[in-house]
Design a protein around this ligand. Structure first.
Ligand SMILES: NC(=O)c1ccc[n+]([C@@H]2O[C@H](COP(=O)([O-])OP(=O)(O)OC[C@H]3O[C@@H](n4cnc5c(N)ncnc54)[C@H](OP(=O)(O)O)[C@@H]3O)[C@@H](O)[C@H]2O)c1
Length: 221
């Protein structure tokens, strides 16, 4: 299995504070042909807030699991506190994913589990919080045949995965912008000394795309 962290950053390594070239970002993302996208709950909630000032109401048809479309990725979202309760129908409707899977733990509110069950979303209980992403990858391989997983997340989830030795590739679209804001660094709380090997570099629509292999001497592989 391969895990790829894909992010757009400013020249000074910020995830926020500049206009991401969404077309280039998602074109590169699609090129990885990952069957599963691991999406941060904050990223998903913020994406919805940006797209809909007022969230359209849920309808009867939103409760039905969509017909499987193997061409679309499955979005897997760790959302232990139920941040996305009442909002998932808009992700399901987006037609950007084949459906949504939620990861829960012992702290997940019962009302959220009911909400998920009544709407036919797959959800998986991952034990006590904090979630162990090595177990998550194993589950995704067993249940969904995951072979390639792409992250769509901020510094929190990306940092956790990197620290756990679970990331194989780091894909960065570097935008020609100096944000000068250290509040949203590419990776949060990472261990020092993570070694990378540059495997590709290319100019994409006036930005620089860099692909690194993460070298893991004592890691997963
Ligand atoms: N520039 C880019 O390419 C790019 C890409 C994606 C996102 N972003 C931006 O990044 C920001 C969001 O980033 P973020 O770092 O705040 O959040 P995030 O990575 O989107 O979400 C955090 C995720 O980590 C999980 N988590 C948190 N603490 C954990 C722990 N101790 N153990 C295991 N799992 C844990 C959370 O699950 P729970 O909900 O269960 O806590 C959640 O799913 C947004 O502003 C978004 O726009 C930028």
């Amino acid at each position: 299995m391969k895990v790829i962290v894909h992010s757009s950053i400013s020249l000074d390594g910020s995830l926020l504070g500049f206009a991401v070239d969404m077309a280039a970002h998602y074109k590169i993302a699609a090129g990885f042909k990952a069957g599963i996208h691991l999406v941060g709950s904050t990223t998903a909630a913020e994406g919805l807030r940006m797209l809909h000032r007022k969230l359209p109401r849920e309808q009867e048809k939103d409760l039905v699991k969509p017909k499987a479309n193997a061409k679309l990725p499955l979005w897997v979202i760790p959302d232990t506190s139920g941040k996305l309760k009442g909002k998932l129908h808009m992700l399901r409707r987006s037609r950007l994913c084949r459906d949504i899977v939620i990861l829960t733990t012992n702290v997940t509110p019962k009302g959220y589990l009911r909400y998920l069950t009544e709407r036919n979303y797959d959800w998986h209980y991952m034990g006590t919080r904090p979630l162990d992403y090595a177990n998550v990858l194993e589950l995704l391989a067993q249940e969904y045949g995951a072979r390639r997983i792409l992250t769509d997340a901020g510094s929190t989830l990306n940092g956790i995965l990197l620290n756990r030795g679970l990331v194989d590739e780091l894909s960065l679209l570097v935008h020609p912008m100096v944000v000068g804001d250290p509040r949203a660094p590419l990776l949060g709380d990472v261990q020092p000394g993570i070694k990378l090997k540059l495997s590709k570099s290319r100019s994409v629509a006036g930005k620089l795309w860099l692909l690194y292999h993460v070298l893991k001497p004592g890691g997963r592989k």
